[in-house]
Design a protein around this ligand. Structure first.
Ligand code: GRF
Length: 205
């Protein structure tokens, strides 16, 4: 993808425990990237405080203040280009993307989802898995193609659902897996062990 350290922007809307895991992995030397920016649509979200504490620049915005989604995404793309961001890492970013962001970062945007896709896309994936009574669920990291939690799958990890699991207990085991898996996949991309250009070349639409 590039010879210099990969420059990433993390997009998040809430607690940001995955953002924190990425920051911690960089600090620990397990992940060789530069975190150029946190993008957050909720200025009061906990992830913003985490970014400030980690000295990561933050771009927050309030979607309601824009006439359209495209308008705030155009502003975001400008920031990303200014900072020469190579890869967008979605980590609990709770907004539907438009073609503005998807086209600008085609093949250079990844997401983490708390299920074994293609099972249980969309909101409340952990609850969906419990409601369906599946015995195994997991975590998926995939390339973003503009669909709902669709796009080429890069990595998956499975775990068993125990009979006494609740949404809380299962979510917390899933989070622990995410915090290990996501930095690893990002490092695989940064080091060229995963080649996103191959995947993006497969584009047909
Ligand atoms: C994670 O479970 C992730 O899979 C999903 O959103 C959640 C974000 O959690 N896309 P956190 O804000 O990183 O704690």
């Amino acid at each position: 993808m590039t010879t210099r350290p990969l420059r990433i922007a993390v997009f998040a809307s809430g607690s940001g425990s995955n953002f924190q895991a990425i920051v911690d992995a960089v600090r620990a030397g397990r992940l060789d990237v530069r975190i150029e920016l946190l993008v957050c649509d909720k200025p009061n979200a906990a992830v913003v405080t985490r970014a400030q504490q980690a000295d990561v620049p933050v771009h927050t915005f309030r979607p309601k203040e824009y006439a359209s989604r495209q308008d705030y995404e155009r502003e975001i793309v400008t920031h990303l280009q200014e900072k020469q961001v190579d890869l967008i890492v979605l980590a609990g970013y709770m907004r539907i993307l438009t073609e503005v962001l998807v086209e600008a970062y085609w093949g250079r945007m990844i997401n983490i989802h708390p299920s074994l896709l293609p099972s249980f896309p969309g909101l409340h994936a952990v609850r969906q898995a419990l409601d369906h009574g599946v015995k195994i669920t997991g975590v998926t990291v995939h390339v973003v193609d503009g669909g709902l939690d669709s796009g080429p799958i890069l990595a998956q990890r499975a775990l068993s659902i125990e009979p006494d699991d609740t949404e809380d207990t299962l979510s917390s085991r899933i989070h622990a897996i995410e915090h290990d898996l996501y930095p690893q996949v990002i490092d695989d991309i940064a080091a060229g062990r995963i080649d996103l250009t191959q995947l993006s070349n497969k584009r047909t639409g």
